[in-house]
Design a protein around this ligand. Structure first.
Ligand code: BGC
Length: 709
């Protein structure tokens, strides 16, 4: 049996140039084919509203390439009147909060099956940009601020999808960490720091999952657009890392044909580029360049070979009958992710809710009577049976502004609470005015106030507040009744001006189509919370690397430069570096039981291995997430998460946990050598419950090492 490389080489040789040019572009199903010659449009018969469609070459057994968004389920909301909806999984940040990579894999496999059932052989799933900025509208589509966490979860999602015979895409390569003016955005960073942060996340994720494709971001890095960034695509991704799949552009990210020379293998959504840049279609310009000898034949063949290689490696040419899809089982996976991903931030004894007496409970706001919000943009999934409600918000963010929506998934926390607490007296108030909400609060034993926010593609949030006056509602409710619990359904940290007035706070993020049930289960103690924050919650924007976000005040389309001067010191690393205590630390999350750590044993040499014993010292079964950090490296303060585990323990039970670090997390990238370098010396290792709560530490020695690329 020949390898995918050999097969790709053989097939490519048999193609005509017309077929080659056809394979290196895709069309958007939903957008009229402006500028696309009639003979190259999507045939009506296969127009299944793909985000990308590329005709196949039947005589050589090459299937048509059909792609769909995204990391939280099969989507293309609004574009798919023919589709009755898919499983709307929790946002990726919820998956990251579980610190349970297996759930990313299960979710990925379910998404792969649902894609395949619809004929999609490419999923645009696997967003792993680092959450560098708590205003980034798309952080909910990513896993974490930490490179290791992002890489491990992104890889498992890709592995799950690809195991179902569907190509998956890690995106958006790279440093697409803000949405502000994203098509005109220059992300500036020190190249070495880039290798040690965002690029390291991609590098590790690629090694662990071999994604068939990588999507280049809209933005520039250090002056060069990603889709045509010779250094990052040719030298780093394909050169130093030896990536053998193909690079597709983001939709509307290719203003120039010569990006093909700089590493781009496939232009996505041809019509979007024509619209965005007023340019002639990429293929037409490429054909011209080819005829003029500016595009070498070998490069054209390489673009095609890379696409074919991924098709063969993942097996999209070998599809038999579509797999049976058990949609009920997929709902269970969505539910389990939400259960494990919801984070209990504070608890002054108010939770779990008492179930032994008939409480008078006031539920306030957040459309909790209807459902739970999801993020907006290309990643929003239309659930089976439709949204509970959709409210168009609009916004001055180009095309995406028009489709900025509050989407409510039909899993009502109110209804679920009523199911779990049949003896309670539960009243609902819509959070319409502070005065009215306070009336309900005043006559309740306990109040559960919901805070929601719409976050999504093409816009960043200017501040950390809750919209629609919800902070005033929560404040009024907590003033009327100090026994208030707040449930936040947001994609990012928010400021909590009412924080000291409430008894408990839950971060439920965008918890997906079973989110209402998971929230109710956590509130009532049916589920013991075990989620941990994969992103630091700042006390205010002043603590963050960019108190002011450049470009946020300018109209859509303004060339913008954002400097990521924090370099590799992203998130918790920044707070450690500055010696500043955030509101809630990375890794933080409470449980209804307690855990202790002991018997730390750390060994060094080539890398660090830490062993510790975790004990459940409380009264309930629960899951804990022990975390191992580097805090000092050969005489320098340096904070890096080296690894984590998730252990489920019965009361009184102990488990020994072993965590070995990827040595790149202990090293610096040596740009002149193009390799990773560990300096010999003493390394301080700390173990604990969050980046701020590290009760145990030990020193070990590492040897000098120059390795990798
Ligand atoms: C997004 C991508 C998405 C693509 C196709 C773009 O606007 O940035 O994440 O995969 O659209 O829908």
């Amino acid at each position: 049996m020949s390898s995918p490389d050999e097969r790709a080489r053989e097939t490519e040789q048999k193609l005509t140039d017309d077929e080659r040019f056809s394979l290196i572009v895709s069309l958007v199903g939903a957008v009229p084919s402006i500028g696309v010659p009639r003979d190259r449009r999507i045939p009506e018969a296969v127009k299944n509203m793909s985000a990308g469609y590329t005709p196949g070459v039947p005589r050589l057994g090459i299937p048509a390439l059909q792609s769909s968004d995204a990391s939280m389920g099969v989507t293309n909301p609004g574009y798919r009147p023919d589709d009755k909806g898919a499983t709307a999984f929790p946002a990726s940040i919820v998956v990251g909060s579980t610190f349970n990579p297996q759930l990313a894999r299960y979710g990925g496999a379910a998404i792969g099956r649902e894609a395949r059932m619809r004929g999609f052989n490419i999923m645009l799933a696997g967003g792993i940009n680092l959450a560098r900025d708590v205003r980034n509208g798309r952080n909910f589509e990513y896993y974490s601020e930490d490179p290791w966490v992002s890489a491990v979860f992104g890889a498992e999602a890709v592995n799950g999808i690809q195991a179902e015979g569907v190509i998956s895409t890690l995106k958006h390569f790279t440093l697409n960490c803000n949405e502000t003016n994203r098509h005109w955005l220059d992300a500036v960073i020190d190249p070495v720091a880039h290798r040690e942060s965002d690029l390291l996340a991609f590098q590790i994720a690629i090694e662990r999952s071999q994604p068939g494709s990588i999507m280049s971001g809209y933005n520039k890095v250090n002056g060069f657009y990603l889709s045509g960034n010779h250094h990052l695509l040719n030298e780093v991704l394909k050169g130093a890392w030896g990536y053998r799949g193909y690079v597709m552009s983001d939709w509307g990210a290719v203003p120039e044909w010569d990006y093909a020379l700089n590493g781009l293998d496939q232009e996505s959504g041809i019509q979007m580029d024509v619209k965005q840049w007023g340019a002639e279609a990429f293929t037409d310009r490429l054909r011209k360049a080819y005829a003029e000898g500016k595009l070498p034949k070998e490069r054209l063949s390489d673009m095609v070979r890379r696409i074919l290689r991924s098709a063969y490696a993942v097996g999209i040419d070998k599809w038999g009958a579509a797999p049976a899809v058990d949609i009920g089982k997929h709902n269970e996976i969505a539910l389990e992710i939400a259960r494990q991903g919801i984070v209990l931030l504070t608890n002054d004894g108010a939770l779990p809710l008492a179930t032994d007496r008939p409480l008078k409970i006031g539920v306030v706001g957040g459309y909790a009577q209807l459902g739970v919000p999801s993020g907006t943009g290309s990643g929003a999934v239309l659930p089976v049976g439709g949204f509970a409600a959709t409210v168009n918000i609009g916004g001055a963010h180009g095309v995406m502004g028009n489709i900025r929506n509050l989407f409510l998934l039909p899993s009502s926390p109110l209804a679920e609470l009523k199911k779990l607490l049949p003896q309670a007296q539960i009243e609902f108030d819509g959070g319409y005015t502070p005065a009215e909400s306070a009336l309900l609060a005043g006559r309740s034993d306990v109040v559960i106030a919901f805070g929601i926010r719409v976050e999504g593609e093409a816009f960043d949030l200017p501040d950390l507040s809750l919209p629609w006056g919800q902070d005033a509602i929560i404040d009024a409710v907590a003033t009327a009744n100090p026994n208030t619990i707040v449930v936040l359904e947001t994609g990012n940290p928010v400021s909590m001006p009412w924080r000291d007035k409430v008894k408990a706070i839950i971060q439920a993020w965008y918890p997906g189509q079973a989110g209402g049930q998971a929230i109710a289960e956590v509130l009532t103690g049916k589920v013991n919370p075990s989620g941990r924050l994969p992103i630091t919650f700042p006390a205010s924007l002043v603590q963050t690397p960019r108190p002011e976000l450049s470009g946020i005040a300018t109209p859509w389309g303004t060339p913008t430069t954002i400097r990521y001067d924090e370099g590799a010191e992203v998130g918790y690393r920044w707070y450690a570096h500055k010696g500043v205590a955030p509101l809630y630390a990375f890794g933080h999350g409470l449980s209804y039981t307690t855990f202790s750590y002991g018997d730390l044993n750390v060994s060094g040499g080539e890398t660090v291995t830490a062993m510790l014993t975790v004990t459940n010292t409380g009264q309930h079964e629960g899951a804990d997430v022990p975390q191992v950090y580097l805090t000092e490296a050969a005489g320098y303060k340096r904070m890096r998460l080296l690894g984590f585990d998730r252990v489920v323990l019965k009361p009184g039970e102990s488990k020994r946990v072993t965590i070995t670090a990827d040595p790149r997390l202990l090293a610096r990238f040596d740009d002149s050598a193009g390799r990773w370098r560990i300096a010999a010396g003493t390394y301080r290792i700390a173990v604990g419950k969050s980046a701020e709560d590290l009760p145990l530490n030990a020193d070990t020695r590492l040897d000098t090492r120059l390795f990798g690329s």
